[in-house]
Write a new protein. Structure first.
Length: 326
């Protein structure tokens, strides 16, 4: 008969410690790196609040979190910011092995009170609609600069709008993600905000009737003049027009949009990098595209945001005042 030697207490203890380490790693890998960084950034602000007021930031208590949310509200933070910070504080606690009841009455009732007192209407950035998009492309083409720079910038903006891309999805594209076909181009999205496990998806951009604003033709021209045949698709420039191997950052996309909007005579303060994506969704809704087809392009998993775009697009189209004759 085989006898199983019992493990020493110290061996069991070491094994459990290793399992705890692996579990913490699994928890960290359950979220995308960008998401974790956002949580940590939010949590650092909470830590600063706690440090200034003599509170312990981790583990913390619901009443401390509630005070922090009140602090944010008195400094004109949006409701969306309050909710995001609450989620971040809760997630960081989980990752560190601590429990925090983020649905405790002292937190939830406080949020409801803040919402009732201040309201929750969010002033979101404007979508870049077709008229503005054309002005931006026109002003890029009119610039007195090298063709290679113009075709990079116009391709970023046309691709971003036409595919309903997020900023980080645009700058994450590689040459090998493109597949040109007779109908246009197929673009492989290897990972996105709503695709945490990297299952991937494909977006298809057809040729436009108007070649001046066609994302496929612009992209082909960019590849031709840049001579890119591998690696990152949209890159930084070194001195002059020499192309580097370094990928652009998502912040660059936002800065490009604002820069060319200003040159086109449009106040850029009301726009952001998200304006390309929201511009596509709103324009598609105005043109009568179905909700599911808009979501298929943008990659939205929830109908909530897409329905906001559709509602915005139909403010005048379905306005009851149109039925009244003056």
């Amino acid at each position: 008969m085989i006898q199983i030697k019992p493990k020493l207490k110290s061996e069991v203890s070491n094994e459990i410690k290793e399992l705890e380490k692996e579990t913490i790693l699994n928890l960290e890998y359950s979220k995308a790196p960008n998401t974790i960084r956002a949580y940590q950034s939010d949590f650092s602000d909470f830590c600063l609040f706690c440090s200034k007021n003599g509170f312990r930031s981790i583990p913390t208590e619901p009443k401390i979190v509630s005070l922090y949310l009140t602090h944010l509200s008195t400094n004109e933070a949006k409701m969306s910011t309050l909710k995001r910070r609450l989620v971040s504080i809760g997630v960081i606690h989980k990752l560190k092995g601590h429990y925090l009841d983020t649905k405790h009455p002292s937190i939830i009732e406080n949020i409801m009170g803040i919402k009732r007192r201040k309201g929750s209407i969010q002033k979101s950035k404007k979508p870049m609609l077709i008229s503005s998009l054309k002005k931006v492309i026109n002003v890029i083409d009119e610039q007195n600069k090298e063709e290679i720079k113009k075709f990079r910038d116009r391709s970023i903006i046309l691709i971003g709008f036409s595919g309903g891309f997020r900023r980080n999805e645009i700058v994450s594209l590689d040459y090998d993600d493109l597949g040109f076909v007779p109908e246009g181009v197929k673009i492989d999205i290897r990972r996105s905000k709503t695709d945490q496990f990297g299952e991937g998806s494909v977006k298809a951009l057809p040729y436009f009737d108007n070649p001046k604003y066609c994302p496929v033709l612009s992209l082909k021209k960019w590849i031709s003049v840049s001579e890119i045949n591998s690696g990152s698709l949209f890159r930084r420039f070194l001195k002059g027009s020499k192309l580097s191997e370094k990928r652009l950052t998502d912040q660059t996309v936002a800065l490009l949009i604002k820069h060319y909007l200003q040159l086109a005579g449009i106040d850029s303060r009301h726009y952001s990098g998200h304006s390309l994506r929201s511009g596509f969704a709103t324009s598609a809704a105005e043109a009568g595209a179905e909700e599911r087809n808009i979501m298929a392009m943008t990659g939205h998993k929830s109908t909530e945001m897409v329905r906001r775009y559709i509602k915005e697009a139909n403010l005048f189209k379905n306005n009851a005042l149109n039925k009244i004759k003056f």
